[in-house]
Design a binder for this molecule. Structure first.
Ligand SMILES: Nc1ncnc2c1ncn2[C@@H]1O[C@H](COP(=O)(O)OP(=O)(O)OP(=O)(O)O)[C@@H](O)[C@H]1O
Ligand SMILES: O=P(O)(O)OC[C@H]1O[C@H](OP(=O)(O)OP(=O)(O)O)[C@H](O)[C@@H]1O
Ligand SMILES: [Mg+2]
Length: 391
């Protein structure tokens, strides 16, 4: 575990990632070089300057390994975008349904770095990774902020024992008189940008950060740190290492997001159309994933009367209201409608309540089917994206 006392103290004006990262470092700026198969781009302060490098394909970065990799491929598959990878060690792949897209498998942090350097155009990573490695860069645009997997939070944790036994909030931690300039609070984290920023924003003055690549939860018991700032999801790792989260200590709630380079969306031919298609597919699938389609028959005198009854029930309003259609049969030689069929979408979590309400207003023969996609006229996220791009 290495310490970066000079660059990572919360009180200092700059906080930079490990120096090995740079070709040259000065207090306020850094330059490093980043190569790609088709270009060599000079990157200043994490950004590439000027126009994008010409190429025909849209490059889409997906996590090459780790917990995001499998779920990302599953999401794409559920959206009928199957990624054709010849073998798991090959880092380039195709999506047959998107002929102008080239998939590149990369580590999540490298996806963000390569979006900034112009070597990727689109990517899927956790919001934590975008926030840490993107550092608020305006070129990064979150196109979809809730892909519904990779849920976790970046949270500060301290030991349950010893001097921390009665400390349960960030405020109490900050007010402990033991933290001084000579003996600051020692925090172990992989989040060397967000960590100092959070401490500074919360007025913790005497803090020093150290970093390591994993198993940070061991640091307090090893005597290396007083606290850790790391991702938490089930809380098991914290619990097993005798650590606890504290009130006010959550830096960020994270899940998988679709992120794009603003420059690519504006300048690269086809990038915006492709992003629109991917966004629509994601939205349609994710909207459908938490809904069921419910059909039922109901006796009544007219479609309007049936609709009145259905709409009087809070769980039965559907997406835009119920579809009501007559069930026509022949009676005394004439075609008549004694029954009406209704079709509505209901949230999965309200399923049983909806069935009870349907029965309560005379519904019978209730059928429930899963939904695959719900395509709306236009998704709000698409309108938001256009407005972020000034289009
Ligand atoms: N415990 C967790 N539960 C749910 N999601 C998590 C959890 N830990 C991490 N994630 C999400 O998955 C992403 C990738 O985490 P993963 O553990 O696969 O890689 P990593 O440890 O960050 O990367 P590397 O192995 O390259 O250092 C994280 O950025 C975060 O968004
Ligand atoms: O709250 P929990 O469900 O216990 O998950 C939290 C743990 O998951 C992540 O580690 P990971 O398993 O990715 O190992 P790593 O330290 O090698 O990254 C994170 O860094 C925590 O250690
Ligand atoms: Mg991990």
């Amino acid at each position: 575990m290495s310490q970066f006392s000079s660059t990572f103290t919360a009180a200092s004006s700059v906080s930079l990632p490990p120096p090995s990262f740079y070709v040259s470092v000065s207090k306020r700026s850094f330059i490093y070089c980043c190569s790609s198969s088709q270009s060599r781009t000079t990157v200043v302060n994490g950004k590439f300057d000027g126009k994008i490098v010409e190429r025909d394909e849209i490059r889409f970065g997906l996590p090459s390994k780790g917990r995001m990799a499998g779920d990302t491929l599953d999401l794409l598959k559920d959206c009928q975008l199957s990624v054709k990878q010849v073998n798991p060690r090959q880092y380039v792949a195709q999506i047959p349904q998107l002929s102008n897209v080239e998939v590149w498998f990369q580590r999540p942090k490298d996806i963000v770095r390569k979006l900034l350097s112009g070597d990727l155009d689109l990517g899927i990573v956790g919001l934590d990774t975008v926030s840490e490695y993107g550092r608020g860069d305006e070129d990064l645009i979150i196109v979809h902020d809730a892909l519904k997997y990779g849920d976790c939070r970046l949270s500060l944790a301290i030991p349950k024992y010893g001097v921390f036994e009665n400390i349960n909030s960030l405020k109490e931690l900050a007010q402990m008189p033991r933290w001084t300039i000579d003996r600051p609070l020692r925090v172990a984290t992989g989040f060397t940008y967000l960590g100092p920023k959070f401490m500074q924003e919360n007025g913790l003055k005497h803090v020093i950060f150290s970093t390591a690549d994993g198993a940070l939860e061991a640091a307090p018991a090893m005597g290396i740190a007083d606290a850790i700032l790391d991702l938490v999801s089930s809380g098991t790792t914290l619990r097993e290492n005798n650590l606890k989260e504290i009130e006010g200590g959550v830096v960020l709630e994270s899940q998988a997001v679709l992120v794009a380079s603003r420059k690519a969306l504006i300048q690269r031919k086809g990038a915006l159309d492709t992003t629109h298609e991917i966004l629509e597919r994601f939205e349609a699938h994710l909207r459908a994933a938490d809904q069921f389609m419910v059909t039922a028959n109901m006796r009544g005198s007219s479609a309007e009367e049936i609709a009145e009854r259905v709409l009087s029930q809070p769980s039965l309003s559907g997406l835009q209201g119920p579809t009501v259609s007559p069930v026509l049969c022949k009676r005394d030689g004439k075609v008549a409608a004694d029954y009406y069929a209704i079709v509505i979408c209901v949230p999965k979590k309200a399923l049983y309540k909806s069935v009870q309400q349907l029965r309560g207003i005379g519904g019978s023969g209730v059928l429930i089917s899963p939904l695959t996609y719900i395509f709306d006229e236009e998704t709000p996220r698409w309108r938001e994206l256009l407005s972020k791009l000034g289009l």
